[in-house]
Each structure stands twice: as structure tokens, then as C-alpha cells.
Design a protein around this ligand. Structure first.
Ligand code: SF4
Length: 396
């Protein structure tokens, strides 16, 4: 064999095919490096290239020897997503539809970039017109393709669960989001509030947090990460134990009585309000931290003053802030947001009871910003709404 033949021979990948290496921590990369005859410190270098410097392909990892770069290239190391569709709202919100490299339309997910200067409730008469100019961006990421929870107003719930995302697939959304930012923007917060229930995919969600917060990578502070859940009590406890309250918790409540809440969120049958309250009470909050209570206001369902009073009673004894979210319109869901006057009356009632209450400004209405809607429209055929969801809608 001539030297040129040897040079053109493909390098055999070792142990990375089908592996979720974007969800690996540095020590796992180091173990892999040793297994292919490289020194352990190469593991840290690869991790830094992937998560700090956002190298989308091994060729860009200039501090690695050429043979190792070739090895990683042959193993297909890179991001699992490519940008399929981008929608940009008049208010600056950018919604990205991501698809895997095989183009499978059923495996698409969504992620949303939200410039923070628009997040601060500037039109809200009750919060003093807060407005903060900033180049910071929040990103809303997905944890599953579709969702199994079946919340009655949600497009992702209507899609049903296709599959859980791996930790690497979750992390790669942020990498793609970060390279999409326009200078001097920077990613400051992550909210697991896109498609899926992150605590239904707990192991991968927890691993993704460890990767994203690792000081050799993106190094995002854990308190800048919000996990939003519909109320999976045992997994909230697991999150509390694993991250000791450093991760911010947001809970979708939507009603303070079991009958109404079960109609809106079926998970309430399994973990009713009494269990949820006890779980939130024991969540280990750090100093000057709170739990965010998400409450979607639906006209005629949960938006009355009696509902607000019930909510105020239910929250007593918890350290919380409340986000009121006038329902985002969703295709084929015959539910509406209340009028602004009704929203403000609800807010006033809670504020009079002593709570911090914000009305979340609707973002990106013109680009289907409610979670799952873009994927739903892009899906090859609209899935039938599961019968159970249709029954609950009829009950509301
Ligand atoms: S609101 Fe969240 S938990 Fe409920 S169906 Fe939608 S994605 Fe799932």
C-alpha cells in the first residue's frame, strides 16, 4: 500500500455511533478519549469545543490533532438538528422549527428565542410599567416530540407523544439557538416550556441540565434554568433532591379545585392538588427565590373572581409569584382568552390578597408561538385529537 492510499483510507469510528455524545460530561469524553488511545485531557477539549465554542463539526476543533479530528468526523460527530423553518414575529420573537438530518417530518421539534426587553410586562398598569432594555435573550426549548400529558388547550398535547428527546438533543437546541443570535445578543435564560413535559423525560432532562451548567461548557447558572411542569409530583421531588432547589421551578396550575383542574390537565387525576401542594411546600427554595405558578386564563372556565379567590386560598403558605397567561389561540380548540378587563380583575383580586402577579404579554401571536403549533401545522397530516381530550373539551 502506498502512503497516499493509507492517507485516503477512512478512519474507523470507535464507539460513537448511535451514542448520545452531546449529552456526555467531560469525564465521559475523557474515558472515550483514553479508549481510542488519546490522553484524557482531550476529553475536556472536545467538551469545550462542543459546548463552549459551539463547533458544529470536528474540523473546526483546531486544538485537536488531525488524526483525532478525522476520527470524530468519521464517527459523524455534529449537531442532530438542522433549521427547517424560521418564523419571526413583529415583536422580535423567533420560532425555529428543527428537523433531524434524515428530514423525518414527524420528528420535528420547536424552540423559541425571546428577546428579554419585550418580556417585562411594560403595558401592565399593576406592575408599575417595568421595562428593561437588554440584549439578553431567553430560549424556550423542547424536551419531547409531542407530549403525553394531553392538556386541553395545548397543540403539543394534541399531537400526542412521539418520543422522548435525548439529553444531547435537548442541549443541541441551545447550541443552535446561540448561533442564531445576532450580536450583541446573548442567551441568558432557558425555559423547558416548549414541546413536551420535561419531568416526564426526567433522566434526560436532568442530564441536559448538568451539561448546560458545566463550567467547561456553556456554564449557564442553574438558577437561569426554569423547568416548567404540569405537576408530576415524584419527579418534582427528584428535581429538588438532585439540584437542591438551584433550578427554578414553574408549575402549571390553571385551577385551584380538583374538578376544574382535572378537566384542563388530566395529570391532576394522578397527582391531585393536595399532593401537589405538599410537594411544593417541601421544594427546597434558595434564598430570595420562589416558585412560579402558571395560570392560563380561559374564558368562562377558570377566570372568575371566585376562581381567583380559590387560587389565593390555595397558594397560602407557599412562596410564589403568579403568571397569568391569557389563553393563546390554538387551531381547532374552541376556547378563548378572557377580555383584558376580566384579566385585570382577576389579577387585582390576587394582588389584593398579597401576591405578586404578572400578566404574561402574548408573544408571537402572528407566528403560532403557542407550543406545538408550528410543528402541528408542519406535520404531514394533522393527527386526530385523542378521544379523551375531545371528551374533556366537551365537559368544559
Ligand atoms: S401544556 Fe405542556 S404538559 Fe400540557 S400537553 Fe402541552 S406540552 Fe404537554
Amino acid at each position: 500500500m502506498s502512503p497516499s492510499d493509507a492517507a485516503s483510507e477512512p478512519v474507523a469510528p470507535t464507539g460513537l455511533e448511535g451514542v448520545d455524545y452531546l449529552g456526555w460530561l467531560p469525564e465521559e469524553w475523557s474515558a472515550w478519549a483514553r479508549s481510542v488511545g488519546e490522553p484524557a485531557y482531550r476529553g475536556r477539549q472536545i467538551f469545550e469545543w462542543l459546548h463552549r465554542h459551539l463547533a458544529a463539526e470536528p474540523a473546526a476543533m483546531s486544538s485537536l490533532p488531525e488524526s483525532l479530528r478525522a476520527h470524530l468526523t468519521a464517527a459523524g460527530v455534529g449537531w442532530p438538528w438542522r433549521l427547517s423553518v424560521e418564523s419571526k414575529s413583529d415583536d422580535g420573537t423567533r420560532k425555529l422549527l428543527l428537523e433531524p438530518h434524515n428530514g423525518d417530518p414527524k420528528a420535528r421539534i420547536e424552540t423559541v428565542l425571546l428577546p428579554e426587553q419585550l418580556v417585562n410586562f411594560e403595558d401592565d398598569p399593576y406592575t408599575g410599567g417595568l421595562r428593561k432594555e437588554s440584549d439578553a435573550v431567553s430560549q424556550c426549548i423542547s424536551s419531547q416530540v409531542g407530549c403525553a400529558m394531553g392538556c386541553v388547550f395545548c397543540a403539543s398535547g394534541a399531537l400526542g407523544l412521539t418520543r422522548h428527546l435525548s439529553a444531547g438533543e435537548i442541549v443541541a437546541q441551545t447550541s443552535l439557538g446561540r448561533v442564531q443570535l445576532e450580536a450583541p445578543q446573548h442567551l441568558r435564560r432557558l425555559v423547558y416550556m416548549g414541546m413536551g413535559e420535561p419531568l416526564h423525560n426526567y433522566e434526560q432532562t436532568a442530564r441536559s441540565i448538568r451539561v448546560l451548567t458545566h463550567p467547561w461548557g456553556f456554564a449557564l447558572g442553574a438558577r437561569r434554568i426554569t423547568i416548567s411542569t404540569s405537576g408530576l409530583v415524584p419527579k418534582i421531588d427528584a428535581l429538588a433532591q438532585d439540584f437542591e432547589g438551584h433550578v427554578h421551578l414553574a408549575v402549571s396550575l390553571h385551577a385551584a379545585d380538583n374538578e376544574t383542574r382535572t378537566k384542563i390537565l388530566p395529570i391532576n387525576q394522578r397527582y391531585p392538588l393536595e399532593d401537589l401542594y405538599a410537594c411544593l411546600k417541601r421544594y427546597p427554595l434558595r434564598r430570595r427565590r420562589w416558585i412560579t405558578i402558571e395560570y392560563t386564563l380561559i374564558e368562562g372556565i377558570n377566570d372568575g373572581l371566585a376562581d381567583a379567590r380559590a387560587l389565593a386560598r390555595w397558594l397560602r403558605g407557599l412562596c410564589v409569584k403568579v403568571n397569568l397567561i391569557p389563553l393563546n389561540p390554538v387551531d381547532h380548540v374552541p376556547l378563548k382568552a378572557p377580555s383584558p378587563a376580566r384579566v385585570h380583575a382577576f389579577q387585582r383580586q390576587l394582588m389584593d390578597a398579597g401576591y405578586s402577579v404578572y400578566v404574561r404579554k402574548q408573544r408571537g401571536d402572528d407566528i403560532d408561538a403557542a407550543c406545538g403549533q408550528l410543528a402541528m401545522r408542519a406535520a404531514p397530516a394533522r393527527p386526530a385529537r385523542p378521544a379523551a381530550t375531545a371528551r374533556r373539551l366537551a365537559l368544559l
